[in-house]
Design a binder for this molecule. Structure first.
Ligand SMILES: C[S@@+](CC[C@H](N)C(=O)[O-])C[C@H]1O[C@@H](n2cnc3c(N)ncnc32)[C@H](O)[C@@H]1O
Length: 226
């Protein structure tokens, strides 16, 4: 199975020390299946709200990975309602390919229902990155890693964060490491992304949308680093 460039980058940030990895909003389950094949964690969970997708994934996993039957579970549920407490151990929740507003809502719900668990989140929203980062800051999450990538002419921020407070690894509302580059290609990418993001918020500001003045000022302060 061939993963998209975006999913490959997300996969590259997944460490092997988790008991449970949740591929949320999994659609056809490509990422989770890859993690299952690579035996990245003992338990891979496939979560989507659409019954037909989950039925199809179950069928395919049963057919192509019968020997790993004890290593995967499927859940046809709203990702805001993950049954984390009945699965003991260290959790990684991956949420990618959905809008920032939905992502904000589900992270807030998971945070409130599972405040006692230590959870890592690997996040790749398709928009509203600033709002998502502000929410993570409000919840006192800490940053483990962040990267900026381009796939099929679209930019994506990928964030690996933890719900554990760590004063030495705070999250920036605009990002920090994503603006650093150590080669020409990445330098071009960061410059293009900064231009695009500033143009976007400047357009919104012209329509007098709430908050955009502050966001424009924050991105104007970004210093690209080689
Ligand atoms: C575009 S796909 C993303 C697939 C994959 N995660 C990726 O990044 O390529 C979005 C998926 O999110 C699912 N979805 C949307 N809202 C959801 C929710 N509240 N709970 C669970 N799944 C949801 C949709 O059914 C759809 O399959």
């Amino acid at each position: 199975m061939k993963l998209s460039k975006r999913l490959k980058h997300i996969e590259s940030l997944v460490e092997t020390n988790y008991d449970h990895i949740w591929d949320c909003c999994c659609d056809h389950g490509f990422l989770g299946t890859q993690l299952l094949i690579k035996q990245t964690a003992k338990n891979i969970h496939f979560v989507d709200i659409v019954p037909e997708l989950i039925e199809d994934i179950e069928k395919k996993l049963g057919q192509f990975h019968p020997e790993q039957k004890s290593n995967w579970n499927t859940h046809c549920i709203d990702v805001a309602k993950l049954p984390l407490t009945i699965h003991q151990g260290k959790h990684l929740i991956i949420i990618a390919g959905i809008g920032g507003d939905l992502m904000l809502r589900v992270i807030d719900a998971i945070y409130r229902s599972h405040s006692k668990l230590e959870i890592d989140f690997l996040l790749c929203p398709v928009n509203r990155q600033f709002a998502l980062r502000e929410k993570l800051i409000e919840l006192n999450f800490s940053l483990r890693d962040e990267i900026l990538i381009e796939d099929k002419s679209r930019f994506y921020e990928i964030l690996l964060v933890s719900n554990k407070v760590n004063k030495d690894s705070t999250i920036s509302p605009v990002g920090e490491k994503i603006w650093q580059s150590n080669n020409e290609i990445q330098a071009k990418l960061t410059k293009a992304y900064l231009n695009k993001t500033l143009n976007h918020y400047q357009r919104i500001r012209q329509n007098n949308a709430n908050n955009s003045e502050r966001v424009v000022a924050a991105y104007r302060n970004v210093k690209l680093k080689d």
